[in-house]
Design a protein around this ligand. Structure first.
Ligand SMILES: Cc1cc2nc3c(=O)[nH]c(=O)nc-3n(C[C@H](O)[C@H](O)[C@H](O)COP(=O)(O)OP(=O)(O)OC[C@H]3O[C@@H](n4cnc5c(N)ncnc54)[C@H](O)[C@@H]3O)c2cc1C
Length: 192
């Protein structure tokens, strides 16, 4: 592949829009293979000591974790999972409005921050199954995905091995087992 680099103009092999789970993973895969990649991110970088307030106690918040009166309704009514300690990671609906079809409301949760919604996720690393990929066949809504679970299973294996996912092998076809590390003991087992 020929690169046309000059002091004023650099040509990248790939440009990735957004640094969330999808963009981040794409950047990792491409750069590891030697590609020159430019990641464009609309949100600000994070300063963990300033921005990660999720572990604060409610009493450390002026409004006990509820936020200033009216902020949710005034600014982020569609950002369903935005809370007082995380709302600075989400868009304001006043600045980023959207519409939905009549009778088909949809809460579109949008992060605007380096790392995207990986900063929010609840630590559950479930695999989709053919119940998800072929959901339309089951419930009649929308269209089936053009891929099946078996097409994507090797990529789940790879991602799980890389990030390290612990869990139990339960043998449920609708929630496929993964490439799991041993499950963590239940906190209840450590009591006494
Ligand atoms: C509260 C919460 C809990 C969750 N828990 C789980 C969980 O336990 N398990 C699970 O599997 N999933 C969970 N999810 C979902 C998971 O976090 C997301 O599906 C995943 O992170 C989405 O990744 P993404 O890269 O597709 O999008 P995003 O992470 O949203 O990334 C998009 C990125 O693009 C940027 N961007 C947007 N527009 C532009 C633009 N015009 N130019 C440049 N950059 C732009 C944004 O700032 C953002 O960084 C959770 C989500 C939330 C909100």
């Amino acid at each position: 592949m020929q690169r046309k680099n000059s002091p004023t103009k650099k040509v990248y092999d790939a440009i990735i829009i957004g640094s969330g789970a999808s963009g981040g993973m794409a950047a990792k895969e491409l750069t590891e293979k030697g590609f020159e990649v430019l990641v464009l991110e609309a949100g600000p970088p994070i300063d963990p000591s300033r921005d990660f307030a999720m572990n604060k106690s409610s009493y450390e918040s002026m409004y006990r974790g509820f936020g200033p009166p009216g902020w949710k309704q005034d600014e982020q009514w569609m950002q369903d999972t935005a809370g007082d300690f995380s709302r600075h990671f989400y868009v304001k609906d006043t600045e980023h409005p959207y519409t939905t079809d009549p009778g088909k409301p949809f809460l579109w949760v949008r992060a605007r921050i380096v790392g995207g919604k990986t900063l929010h996720w609840g630590r559950l690393s479930w695999r989709f199954s053919d119940l998800d990929f072929k959901a339309a066949t089951h419930d009649g809504f929308d269209a089936d995905w053009p891929i099946e679970y078996k097409d994507i299973a090797p990529y789940y294996d790879k991602a799980e091995e890389w990030i390290g996912v612990s869990g139990n092998r339960d043998g449920l076809w609708w929630l496929p087992d993964g490439n799991f590390l041993p499950r963590w003991p239940s906190p209840a087992a450590n009591r006494n």
